[in-house]
Structure formats: structure tokens, C-alpha cells
Design a protein around this ligand. Structure first.
Ligand code: UDX
Ligand code: ADP
Length: 470
């Protein structure tokens, strides 16, 4: 197959497709890149002249979009046209866990992948290289190949020319909040496939800014499984440290000290051992569920149970936090005001997918609490969607609580009995506790689930403090 790539199409303008293609465009001014999506609003936002209104917030992203958009980076809903014109097509569509049918709750729903593959099969020109970017179950490339080749089986009509496709797996390892930096300086780039010249073509793109030693080539299945395994290992570290946080609370050990001591062992390292309210994000839970589904499918019962436990600890940690809040506030939060600081699943992103805040807030509302939610980047519409209940200031049913979006820490704290920090945003590190303590109702509580606030200062101003793992 060809090796010089001049035009790229990326199907899916989401958290993966958008930033990835922006960094490609930035580093490869000689390549024309079209990012396409069925979602018209999303494409409109990517084309918005006001860069503060891009659909995704990532540090450094707006500057790249400003530089490349309209030059070699374009956002469009004309999927057919851009598939037809491209030498290489990336699939970056969403792959959520199935909510019904076979594999419900575990397997990935591949309907968007299948649809993309069919579109490529119909419109792409001969010799197009198809690259899987979305996280996929192992052996999905097989499915994609079969669909792509389906055009070739309609051979009754001699006018339909046989098309050749190769499929490569090029999993994304970017973490939200640092996506641009991760793409610009990756630990490694993984390319799985069996067609050498297609691999070389994709490698050629990355070589524009990444050293050869960092580009790893494997077979397709190793590449797909590596992505799942990397995410499962990272999530496992978080569940491990979170399980120990509960033991610290029971014994008088301090989770920060334990993590420091453990992480200084060079065999272990200090990344991904910060205790918190549980991991969120679009990948970890989904990928582990996918791994579990694979293990079940291949009859590896013990392995399946092993990974299941990582998810169970994660669920348990979130429930544990809700219980602690309710217990500390005298066993009931009915009619009490609670400030929720942070709703995103981690700092520096506006993404809330699988955020621990969702379950914790739902449980607190169920317990009758009146939540005042503040997040520097998540908007109230998104929170409304996640909590599946609209903002309600005058709830007549006092048994069930309500929530309201506010735009500052101060507003969230007014008359609050408790403040819960759920995301590690920088501005929560330097809260002025002298000012905030005056706004709260007494006795006032601070629950720091991310270990970011100055708890000594909060105590100094008369606030009772519970911090995770202490
Ligand atoms: C993850 C992987 O890191 C990335 O390589 C993959 O491609 C996609 O999934 P992401 O979900 O964006 O990225 O964020 P990540 O930084 O991995 O954090 C995931 C969750 O774990 C967050 O909720 C975060 O708060 C939590 N976390 C992370 C901890 O609780 N403690 C830690 O020490 C690290
Ligand atoms: P991710 O985090 O994997 O990028 P997102 O949900 O943020 O997931 O983005 C996936 C994008 O893919 C969405 O904007 C969705 O509209 C788009 N998409 C899904 N199916 C198709 C399709 N067949 N053609 C074009 N875009 C699609």
C-alpha cells in the first residue's frame, strides 16, 4: 500500500479525535486533516471563532486550534466527502458499555464503530488505511476488516471495483487534562498491524515529532490488548491505594505518608497512588468491564473475578464517602445545605463521564441534602444530565433533596453545614478558610476526598475536618 499520506479524515470529533487531530495538524503542516462528526452542534463548536467555546477544554488546545484551524485542520459534518478524499482514516467514535442485550453492562457497544466501518466501506477509495483509535475489544480489527471487505463480496456487479483496505490499531494513551502534552510528548506510540507499508505510513506521521525509539510496532491483538491492560493496571493501583485509605482511617496511619513511602520504592513508583473518591473517566471502568467480558468469554473465571474486584472497591469507596458525610452530620442531611466543590472526574477537564461526583451527589440528594454545586469548568446543563434531575430551588418534597449550580466557592458555602471537595482543582488548594468559615452554619464540616486543601487552616477557623485516609 501507499506510504505518503497527504489527507487524513478522522471520524469522531470527541475527547480523543479532537485533541489528537489538533496535535497531528500542528506537527504536520504538510498534511490536510478533516475531523468529521454526525453531531452538528459539536462541529459548530469546534468552528466557533470564540476559542473559549470549544466543545472540549484541554490546557494548550485552544492555542493549537487557533494556529491550525482553517489551514490544515478542518471540522465538518460532510462525512462522505472527507472519507472519499482521504488516504488514511482514523476511527475515533464513542464505544460505551452496552446497556442491554448480550454482554449488557460489560461488553462494549460497537454500533458506532460498525456504522463508521460501513461508511468507509461504501465511500473510501482503494488502498485506504483505516486506523482504530477508539478503545476496542480485542479482535475488533477483525470485525472492521470484515465490514470493509463486504464491498468486495458484492462481486456480482462487475462494475464494482475491488477495494483494498488495511486496518491498524493505534490506541490512544492520552489522559484528559494533559491530552496535548501527552500527545506532544508520549511515553510511547503503539502501532499494531500486519501490513508493513501501512505501518510505515502511520509511523511516518508520528516521526514528524516523535523519536523512532518511542514508536512500538506489534501485532494487532497485542496492540488492542495492551491498551486494555494499561488502563486496568492504572485503575488497579487506584483501587489498591483507596482500599488502604480505609485501613489508614481505622488504624491511625496517614494515607499520604503511606503513599509517599510506598511510591519511593523505585519498583513501584509514585504515579497513580493518590487516594481519592474513586476513579472516573470514560476509559477505566469501561476497559476493565471489557477485560472481564473477554475473560468470561474465554472461560477464565478466576481472572475475571480478579478484575471485577477493582471495580467493586471503586464503587465501595464512593458509597463509603456518602456514608461518612451523613454520619458526621448527625446521621441526617435532610434539609441541610452541602457545598460540592468539583464535579469533573478529575482536574483540568470539563468531562464528567463516570465522575465519582455523580453517584455521591445522587446519594446525597436521595438522603435529603440541598446541594450547591460548583465546578470551574463543568456547566449546569451537564450536571442536570448527569444527575437526571433538574435544578430545583423550591423542592416541595422535603424528603428528597435538591441541587443548585453556583459559580463560586463562596456562594456554595453560604449557610452550608458541610463542604465536600470531590475534584482536585487548583483553586481548592488555596481556599480562604477565614472567609469561608464565616459563611457556613455551625458546626461546620470540611470533607476533603482529594487531600488538596489546607486542613490545618480550616481547623484553625473552627471547621471540623474529615480527610480521606486520615
Ligand atoms: C485514562 C488513562 O490514563 C489514559 O492513558 C487512557 O488513554 C484513558 O484513560 P483519563 O481517564 O483521562 O485517562 O484520566 P486519568 O488521569 O487516568 O484518571 C482517571 C481517574 O483516576 C480520575 O478520576 C482520577 O481522579 C483518578 N486517579 C488518578 C486517582 O484517583 N488517583 C490517582 O493517583 C490517579
Ligand atoms: P471519545 O472520548 O472516545 O472521543 P466522545 O463521545 O467524546 O468519545 O466522541 C465520539 C464522537 O464520535 C461523538 O462526537 C459522536 O458524535 C461521534 N460519532 C459517533 N458515531 C459517528 C459516526 N458514525 N460518524 C461520525 N461521527 C460519529
Amino acid at each position: 500500500m501507499k506510504s505518503e499520506i497527504k489527507k487524513i479524515c478522522c471520524i469522531g470529533a470527541g475527547y480523543v479525535g479532537g485533541p489528537t487531530m489538533a496535535v497531528f495538524a500542528y506537527n504536520c503542516p504538510h498534511i490536510q486533516i478533516n475531523v468529521v462528526d454526525i453531531n452538528e452542534d459539536r462541529i459548530k463548536s469546534w468552528n466557533n471563532p470564540d476559542l473559549s467555546l470549544l466543545p472540549i477544554y484541554e490546557p494548550g488546545l485552544a492555542a493549537i486550534i487557533k494556529k491550525c484551524r482553517g489551514k490544515n485542520l478542518h471540522f465538518s459534518t460532510d462525512i462522505k466527502k472527507h472519507i472519499q478524499n482521504s488516504d488514511m482514516i482514523f476511527i475515533s467514535v464513542n464505544t460505551p458499555t452496552k446497556t442491554k442485550g448480550i454482554g449488557k453492562g460489560k461488553a462494549l457497544d460497537l454500533k458506532w464503530i460498525e456504522k463508521s466501518a460501513r461508511q468507509i466501506s461504501n465511500y473510501a477509495k482503494n488502498n485506504t488505511i483505516v486506523v482504530e483509535k477508539s478503545t476496542l475489544p480485542v479482535r475488533t480489527a477483525d470485525t472492521i476488516k470484515k465490514i470493509l471487505e463486504s464491498v468486495n463480496t458484492k462481486e456480482q456487479n462487475p462494475k464494482i471495483k475491488r477495494k483494498n483496505f488495511t486496518v491498524l490499531s493505534n490506541p490512544e494513551f492520552l489522559a484528559e487534562g494533559s491530552a496535548v502534552d501527552n500527545l506532544q510528548n508520549p511515553d510511547r506510540v503503539l502501532i499494531g498491524g500486519d501490513d508493513d507499508s501501512s505501518i510505515e505510513a502511520l509511523k511516518g506521521i508520528y516521526l514528524n515529532w516523535i523519536k523512532n525509539e518511542k514508536i512500538l510496532t506489534t501485532n494487532l491483538w497485542s496492540s488492542e490488548l495492551s491498551k486494555l491492560t494499561a488502563n486496568a493496571f492504572l485503575a488497579q493501583r487506584i483501587s489498591s491505594i483507596n482500599s488502604i485509605s480505609a485501613l489508614c482511617e481505622a488504624t491511625g496511619a496517614d494515607i499520604k505518608e503511606v503513599a509517599l513511602a510506598v511510591g519511593m520504592d523505585s519498583r513501584i513508583g509514585n504515579n497513580f497512588i493518590s487516594a481519592g473518591p474513586g476513579f472516573g473517566g470514560s476509559c477505566f471502568k469501561k476497559d476493565i468491564l471489557n477485560l472481564i467480558y473477554l475473560c468470561d468469554y474465554y472461560g477464565l473465571d478466576k481472572v475475571s473475578k480478579y478484575w471485577q474486584q477493582v471495580i467493586e472497591i471503586n464503587n465501595w469507596q464512593r458509597e463509603r464517602i456518602t456514608n461518612i458525610v451523613v454520619n458526621k452530620l448527625f446521621g441526617t442531611i435532610s434539609d441541610k445545605k452541602i457545598a460540592i466543590l468539583g464535579f469533573a472526574f478529575k482536574a483540568n477537564t470539563n468531562d464528567t463521564r463516570e465522575s465519582p461526583a455523580i453517584l455521591i451527589c445522587k446519594d446525597l440528594i436521595e438522603e435529603g441534602g440541598n446541594l450547591r454545586i460548583y465546578d470551574p469548568k463543568v456547566n449546569s446543563k451537564q450536571i442536570e444530565k448527569d444527575l437526571s434531575c433538574i435544578q430545583n430551588q423550591n423542592n416541595l418534597d422535603k424528603e428528597i433533596g435538591n441541587w443548585k449550580f453556583v459559580n463560586s466557592i463562596e456562594k456554595a458555602s453560604e449557610d452550608a453545614d458541610g463542604i465536600i471537595i470531590l475534584t482536585e482543582w487548583d483553586e481548592f488548594k488555596n481556599i480562604n478558610w477565614s472567609k469561608i468559615s464565616q459563611k457556613m452554619r455551625k458546626p461546620s464540616w470540611l470533607f476533603d476526598t482529594r487531600l488538596v486543601s489546607n486542613t490545618n487552616e480550616a481547623k484553625l477557623f473552627g471547621i471540623d475536618v474529615w480527610s480521606l485516609g486520615n
